[in-house]
Design a protein around this ligand. Sequence first.
Ligand SMILES: [Zn+2]
Length: 230
Amino acid sequence: MTSDRKVFILLGAPGVGKGTQAQRIASLYHLYHIDTGQALRNEIASGSELGQTAKSYVDKGELVPFDLVMQVIKAAMLRVSDEKRGFLFDGFPRNEAQAEGLTEILNEIHLHIDAVLYLETPFSVLMDRLAYRVTCSKCDIKFNLKLNPPKNEHVCDACGGELVTRKDDRPEVIENRLKAYETETSPLIEYYSHKGLLKSIDANQPIDTVTQKIQQELDLYFKPSGKMLV
Ligand SMILES: [Zn+2]
């Protein structure tokens, strides 16, 4: 693998808009957007030895061991074609142990984290964003009844599918997700800040503005022409 590929992490609480930003940024900069759950499903579907081992845990209803997950991520990264100029993690790592694991596999393939983009938003705003989130049961698009409402509260603008409130977006679950984030993931802010990798971005702004702020950071790594900076 060419070692001039960049590695970025999007860090932030649930509801901050990591997923949306990750999709935009990945396509703007030709980055491979790594979804760890998807990587695991792909590996299992491929029938590889690694995938079969992972499947044996899933079949038993057990959690796939951490080391195995890391090997799956590494395998996924190694398979990404050279056209991609780097990698973008979103929602991973979730805690310090995962962060250490990620550094380790990156070392093994001669890569390192270039920057951690921390999307910052007050908790009260997050509660609001999550509490009004509805998801299309057909095409998976998300709307926010307050911030980005569909024309009809129950119908998807894109495909006409029924809009539902996911189990994950119910108020009691939201509170637990935010608490879990605070205890498990927010220490990573300090962790990456110590390593000099953290770039804070005010995410309490319109989605397009947040994208522009992220672009300002990433433009430091990529020339507009698409060539890598040396
Ligand atoms: Zn839809």
